[in-house]
Design a protein around this ligand. Structure first.
Ligand SMILES: Nc1ncnc2c1ncn2[C@@H]1O[C@H](COP(=O)(O)OP(=O)(O)OP(=O)(O)O)[C@@H](O)[C@H]1O
Length: 731
């Protein structure tokens, strides 16, 4: 090569024999050699693939294919050290590290890339924690412990709070990484023997997984909620407490699971342990015999013993101070939900769309009522009827069969959600620092990963919207704020443009955006077909992130930062309205069970509100309308993500929570899938991986920060920039 700094813009000549990467439908990228010199303006290139095939007699429209890196750089532990940084270079380097060096971790500047090995590796023992403790990140091989150590040391040294953001698609290993960081803090921030605080912090994991994780087709232990845990440290750097925030539990799973998927683990743990003497009063059966646990048609997880898992969950509850009698109260409510799902509500009368009934001797209903300490017939009455206010008068109206079944499911979801919220609060009260106020904290964000299934609904929409917001935070901090600071510091600087996903976010949350139109339809006619039509009228050919589905008028596609996802409109409106009728809730509020009554008392005092049966208003027209509108799930989601932008005073310097703050103290972890699977997925879904790789590559630019206009930092920085120039324009 005649010019050393070679990317497709400045390349003058590339010599015969140089290595390039060419796209391949099977292997995604294969390496090849130039068989002749290349000069700018050449219309033809001739290359030979490593398997001997000849290709590319004509220059591809995007220019010369990406250049290969010198062999000497292969397998390096920091991607920013590569001469050419582009998608094939990143994938190749990760692959070499994984296969030749058995290393799942690689740095990309301050970002740690983790590949999921899908097997237990002997790299997380206490001796490894000891080896990383007190060491500088630059002196150690990339590791999740090194990221945790960096956060810990910076917190102590600079007396500033830290955050670790873990992102990646579903199944990539975020929760496992989060648990390793927590274990690291428990060891370095604890006494020689684990004290009760560290033990409690770790014990919160099995409980949250039992009630918030489930088997999906992507991951046997998929988190169906987002979690942000702040671990509080005292003056001596020891853990003195913790606090957890959870986001948007996927509660539809309580009443419905797709094929091969499961409900929340805790239900299967209880069913599998039903013969334990203390659990007999729950009158449980095999999970196959409950409607709410058997819709996926596969109640087992290979390699998981649900009896053993319940034991772990109960031990964890005990460590967190939830005594066996209170645990039993929790289990009673969970069992009651399963029995509620088996209550047989049938359509009745000449016109089946008119009313519904239940059998007087319905065993499931009797057990449900008994377990929750309520009166069975009263509950049954309000499962099949609803109260209406017409002209100031109260009327009781029978519900049609389908409506009554939906109301039953809504009640089940709501009870579960209340119990989940209560459990988080209960754990938080146990994790709270009692000795002293934390001096500083490290936050660990483990949010559900971007996902796309064969059929995607409102849940995937909300999850992917959350990931769009997270991606935006990443862009904002790594590119925008970082570059603004360079300008402030008057460093010589050519601005890097980055893919801003704000247009996609505006499509979702903006005025007349997808959620706004969804709320409007919920208020006006409540027909999903209307909503779809409005979406198409408003956004097709106007937003590049919205596109139509061929041969369907009840689905749409959103072009997300990570992938194009097709959403089926059916079900969006109901899930967004999230209607729960008030009468069954009033009965639960008067329950003889202390815990059941408590769950619903809080709600009446303004806690987590379901959408009331009367809710039907408009966001822009008055107080009443506003009150009702905010109850839709979509609106709550928007409010919630907006709230993330407004907590800088409570959580300074935390990446996710203080977009207005500065990120130098933030540490980023990006989880990716095991490399072979990664490559396979690229073939299957070409749009998905390249972007996440591109965002990773882009991020490396701002990470090698130009502290001065000369010196190694600067050289490395320019090198990575050139890689970006290549990548952005070449693909
Ligand atoms: N470092 C690791 N070592 C061994 N196995 C791992 C590692 N990371 C992940 N795994 C395996 O991958 C599975 C999925 O990981 P995990 O549940 O952390 O994914 P996730 O990114 O949190 O997914 P989701 O977004 O669906 O919650 C784990 O159950 C475990 O089997």
């Amino acid at each position: 090569m005649e010019e050393k700094e070679c990317h497709w813009v400045t390349v003058s000549v590339v010599s015969q024999g140089a290595c390039v990467w060419v796209p391949d439908p099977e292997a995604v990228w294969v390496s090849a050699q130039l068989l002749q010199n290349y000069r700018p303006g050449d219309q033809h290139i001739l290359i030979q693939l490593t398997d001997g095939r000849m290709e590319y007699p004509v220059l591809p429209p995007a220019g010369l294919p990406p250049l290969g890196n010198p062999d000497i750089l292969e397998g390096g532990n920091d991607l920013t050290a590569l001469t050419f940084l582009h998608e094939p270079a990143v994938l190749h380097n990760l692959r070499v590290r994984f296969l030749d060096y058995s290393s799942i971790y690689t740095y990309c500047g301050i970002v740690l890339v983790a590949l999921n090995p899908y097997e237990q590796l002997p790299i997380y023992g206490e001796e490894v924690i000891d080896a990383y403790s007190g060491q500088d990140m630059a002196d150690m091989e990339p590791h999740i412990f090194s990221v945790a150590e960096e956060a810990y040391r910076t917190m102590i040294r600079e007396e500033k709070n830290q955050s670790i953001i873990i992102s990646g698609e579903s199944g990539s290993g975020k929760t496992v990484s989060a648990k390793f960081t927590m274990r690291y803090f428990a060891v370095v921030g604890g006494a020689a023997q684990q004290t009760s605080v560290e033990e409690k912090v770790l014990a919160s994991n099995p409980i949250m997984e039992a009630i918030g994780n489930a088997k999906t087709t992507r991951n046997d232990n998929s988190s169906r909620f987002g979690k942000y845990i702040e671990i509080g440290f005292g003056c001596k750097g020891d853990i003195i407490g913790a606090n957890m925030r959870t986001y948007l539990l996927e509660k539809s799973r309580v009443v419905f699971q797709a094929a091969q998927e499961r409900n929340y683990h805790i239900f299967y743990q209880l069913c599998a342990s039903r013969d334990l003497p203390e659990l007999r009063t729950l009158k449980l059966d095999s999970a196959e015999n409950f409607h709410y646990t058997n819709q996926g048609q596969d109640v087992h997880i290979f390699g998981t013993d649900d009896v053993v898992e319940l034991e772990r969950t109960r031990n964890a509850f005990t460590i967190l101070g939830v005594q066996p009698d209170q645990q039993m109260e929790i289990f009673r409510i969970l069992a009651a939900i399963l029995h509620l799902g088996n209550v047989n509500i049938q359509a009745s009368g000449r016109d089946i769309s008119y009313s519904s009934y239940w059998q007087a001797n319905d065993r499931s209903l009797a057990i449900f009522a008994k377990l929750l300490g309520v009166e069975g017939t009263q509950m049954a009455q309000w499962l099949c009827h609803r109260r209406l206010t017409v002209g100031g008068e109260m009327l009781v109206k029978p519900m049609a069969g389908q409506q009554a079944n939906e109301a039953r499911d809504a009640l089940a979801k709501h009870v579960y959600e209340q119990l989940f919220t209560w459990t988080v609060q209960r754990l938080n009260s146990s994790l709270r620092a009692h000795r002293e106020q934390p001096k500083s904290f490290i936050g660990v964000l483990d949010i559900y990963g971007f996902e796309t299934f064969d059929r995607n609904s409102f849940e995937q929409f909300c999850i992917n919207y959350a990931n769009e917001k997270l991606q935006q935070q990443f862009n904002r901090h790594v590119f925008q704020l970082e570059q603004e600071e360079y300008l402030r510091e008057e460093l010589p600087w050519n601005r890097i443009e980055f893919s801003d996903n704000q247009p996609c976010i505006a499509l979702i949350e903006g005025q007349l955006g997808l959620l706004d139109l969804l709320d409007e339809e919920c208020r006006v006619r409540n027909l999903h077909i209307n909503w779809t039509r409005k979406l198409y009228d408003q956004h097709l050919n106007h937003s590049p992130h919205f596109t139509h589905v061929r041969m369907s008028n009840s689905a749409f596609i959103v072009v997300h930062f990570a992938d194009m996802v097709q959403y089926e409109c059916d079900g969006f409106l109901d899930k967004n309205r999230d209607t729960v009728f008030e009468e069954p809730i009033n009965i639960l509020r008067a329950s003889q069970s202390e815990l059941v009554a408590e769950l619903f008392q809080k709600e009446s005092a303004g806690g987590s509100l379901p959408n009331s049966s009367l809710a039907n208003g408009s966001i822009r027209s008055g107080k009443r309308a506003h009150r009702e509108h905010k109850l839709t799930v979509g609106f709550q989601v928007i409010l919630f993500y907006r709230s993330l932008n407004s907590v800088p005073s409570s959580i300074p310097d935390s990446f996710i929570c203080t977009p207005g703050g500065h990120t130098r103290n933030s540490t980023l972890v990006i989880g990716c899938c095991y490399v072979v699977l990664f490559l396979w997925m690229m073939c299957a879904v070409p749009a998905r991986v390249p972007f996440s790789i591109s965002s990773l590559i882009q991020s490396s630019t701002a990470l090698a920060r130009p502290r001065s206009s000369s010196g190694p930092d600067r050289l490395q920085y320019w090198r990575s920039l050139e890689g970006i120039g290549y990548m952005q324009q070449g693909f």
